[in-house]
Design a protein around this ligand. Structure first.
Ligand SMILES: Cc1cc2nc3c(=O)[nH]c(=O)nc-3n(C[C@H](O)[C@H](O)[C@H](O)COP(=O)(O)OP(=O)(O)OC[C@H]3O[C@@H](n4cnc5c(N)ncnc54)[C@H](O)[C@@H]3O)c2cc1C
Length: 424
C-alpha cells in the first residue's frame, strides 16, 4: 500500500461508514497483489471467495485444491442415516472459477516461507503476498494400535469425506440382525465434537428402520464426557432403548488394539467381535501446515484471534480445522466464520481498505431421530489471547417435538446457505 493510499484511507476512515469504500483502487500499472489459498473446503474456499468479491478485482486470488468436487463431512451423517443422497452433499467449484478465482487442481507440496512461494506437487511455484492455509485435518493412524490407512478399508473412519463415507454406508446396509457395531470415539481436539454421537444416532435409526431388534452399538470413547451428552443420552433412551452402550475410558480401560482381518476390537477389559467397526482416530492439522512449520506441540496452528493470522508468520493465515480455535469447535460453521475474518484482514492489508473488529459464530445441529434435532451455538470474540465464547445457547432436555422439528428445518436451511456461501 502506498503512503498516499494509506493517508487517503485514514482520512476516509474518519468519515461515516457508509461513505467509506470497501477497497481502495489500485494505481494504474501496479501489479495486483497475489493471494494464494491452500485447501478448497469451507475454510479455504470462503477466504478465496470473500477476498475476490470484496477486493473487487484489486487482488489476484488462486485457490489450490486437488479435488475437482468437494463432498462435505457436514451432513454426511444424514447420508449415513438415509436422509440425504451422496450427490446432495457433493459440490463443484464451477461457480468459484466463474467468479474469476484461479483454481489449481493439484496438491500444495511445500511452502517456501522465505521466498513467499507455494511449491505445487508438480514442482511449479506460486508466489504470494498473503497465503491462507486451510488443509483441514490429518488422522493420527497410530493413536489406535493396529489401525492404519490400509486397515481403514475394512474398518472405515469416514472422518474425511468421500469414498470412506460410502464404504461406511455400504457396510452399515449389509448388516444382519444381531450384528454388533463398534465405534471408537476420538480424544479432543477433533473435528465436529458432536459428530460421532450424531453418527451413532444415525446407525441406530438405520437398524430400527430395518426392523433389527438384536443388534447392538458399542461406543468406546477416549473421553469421559462429550458434546450435548445429556441430550444424546435422553434421545437414545427415547428412540433406541437398549441399543446403544456408551463406555468412557474408566469403563473399557483403554483401547488395546484393532484387528482389521478378524474385525476384533480389544480393550483392557474385553474383546468385541463386530461386523462394522468405525474407528475415529486422534487428529492433527493437515500435513502441509505441519511441514510449513505453522503448528505448535499440539499439532495444530496457533493464530492471532483478531485476524486469524498465524503466530508463526505474519503473511500467513490459518483457518478451519487446522487452527487452534480457542473456545470454538472445529466445524464447517466455524471455518466459514474464521475465513471471513481472515479475508477481511487480507483485503485490508493489501488494498488499504477498512476493516472491522473480528466477530465469530458457530451453531452445531445434531439429528438424533427423524425430526428430533438438537443444537448448540455460541458467539465469540478475541479475548484472553484466544477466540473466547461470549454468548451461548443450547437445546434443553424434554423440549416439545415442534421445537426439535424446527431445529431440523433450521439445519437444512443452514446447509443450503453455507454451501452457497462456500461454493457460490
Ligand atoms: C461426520 C462429520 C459430521 C460433521 N458435521 C458438521 C456439521 O453438522 N456442522 C459443521 O459445521 N461441521 C461439521 N463437521 C465438521 C466439518 O466438516 C469440518 O470442520 C470442516 O470441513 C472443516 O473445514 P476446513 O476447510 O478446515 O477443512 P476441510 O473441509 O477438510 O477442507 C480441507 C481441504 O483442503 C484440501 N487440502 C488438504 N491438503 C492440501 C494440500 N496440501 N494442497 C491443497 N489442498 C489441500 C483438501 O483436499 C480439502 O478439500 C462434520 C465433520 C464430520 C467428520
Amino acid at each position: 500500500m502506498t503512503s498516499l493510499t494509506r493517508r487517503r484511507f485514514v482520512a476516509l476512515a474518519g468519515t461515516s461508514l457508509a461513505a467509506a469504500p470497501l477497497f481502495a483502487p489500485r494505481a494504474v500499472g501496479q501489479a495486483k497483489p497475489k493471494v494464494v489459498v491452500i485447501g478448497g473446503g469451507p475454510g479455504g474456499a470462503t477466504v478465496a471467495r470473500y477476498v475476490n468479491k470484496d477486493s473487487a478485482g484489486a487482488a489476484e486470488v488462486i485457490l489450490i485444491e486437488p479435488q475437482k468436487t468437494f463432498t462435505t463431512c457436514f451432513f454426511s451423517n444424514l447420508y449415513v442415516g438415509g436422509f440425504r443422497d451422496f450427490n446432495s452433499i457433493t459440490h463443484s467449484y464451477d461457480k468459484v472459477e466463474r467468479e474469476g478465482i484461479k483454481l489449481v487442481h493439484e496438491a500444495a507440496a511445500a511452502v517456501d516461507r522465505d521466498k513467499r512461494e507455494v511449491v505445487l506437487a508438480g514442482g511449479a511455484r506460486l508466489a504470494y503476498d498473503r497465503l491462507a492455509v486451510a488443509p483441514g485435518i490429518d488422522l493420527k493412524w497410530d493413536s489406535v494400535p493396529g489401525y492404519s490407512e490400509a486397515a481403514a478399508e475394512a474398518m472405515p473412519h469416514a472422518w474425511k469425506p468421500g469414498a470412506q463415507t460410502q464404504l461406511l454406508v455400504r457396510k452399515l446396509n449389509a448388516l444382519n440382525d444381531g450384528d454388533t457395531i463398534v465405534m471408537i470415539c476420538p480424544p479432543n481436539p477433533y473435528r465436529c465434537p458432536p459428530g460421532p454421537y450424531e453418527r451413532i444416532s444415525m446407525f441406530a435409526h438405520v437398524l430400527k428402520s430395518k426392523g433389527h431388534r438384536q443388534s447392538k452399538i458399542v461406543a468406546l470413547d477416549a473421553k469421559e464426557t462429550f458434546s450435548k451428552q445429556a441430550l444424546f443420552m435422553e434421545g437414545w433412551e427415547k428412540h433406541y432403548p437398549g441399543v446403544i452402550e456408551w463406555q468412557d475410558p474408566k469403563m473399557h480401560g483403554g483401547i488395546k488394539g484393532v484387528d482389521a482381518k478378524s474385525g476384533e476390537v480389544k480393550t483392557d477389559l474385553g474383546t468385541y467381535k463386530a461386523a462394522l467397526v468405525n474407528v475415529i482416530p486422534a487428529q492433527m492439522a493437515g500435513r502441509i501446515a505441519r511441514d510449513a512449520g505453522l503448528v505448535d506441540a499440539s499439532g495444530y496452528c496457533p493464530i492471532h484471534p483478531e485476524s486469524m493470522k498465524s503466530k508463526m508468520d505474519d503473511r500467513i493465515f490459518v483457518v478451519g480445522d487446522a487452527c487452534i480455535p480457542g473456545d470454538m469447535p472445529k466445524s464447517a460453521f466455524s471455518a466459514n466464520s474464521q475465513a471471513k475474518v481472515a479475508a477481511m484482514t487480507i483485503r485490508g492489508e493489501l488494498t488499504g481498505s477498512r476493516t472491522f473488529p473480528a466477530r465469530y459464530s458457530n451453531t452445531c445441529w445434531s439429528l438424533i431421530a427423524p425430526d428430533d434435532d438438537v443444537k448448540v451455538g455460541r458467539t465469540y470474540e478475541p479475548g484472553d489471547g484466544k477466540l473466547k465464547a461470549v454468548t451461548t445457547f443450547v437445546s434443553q432436555k424434554e423440549e416439545a417435538p415442534e421445537v426439535r422439528r424446527q431445529n431440523y428445518k433450521e439445519s437444512l436451511d443452514w446447509y443450503a446457505a453455507i454451501t452457497t456461501d462456500v461454493f457460490g
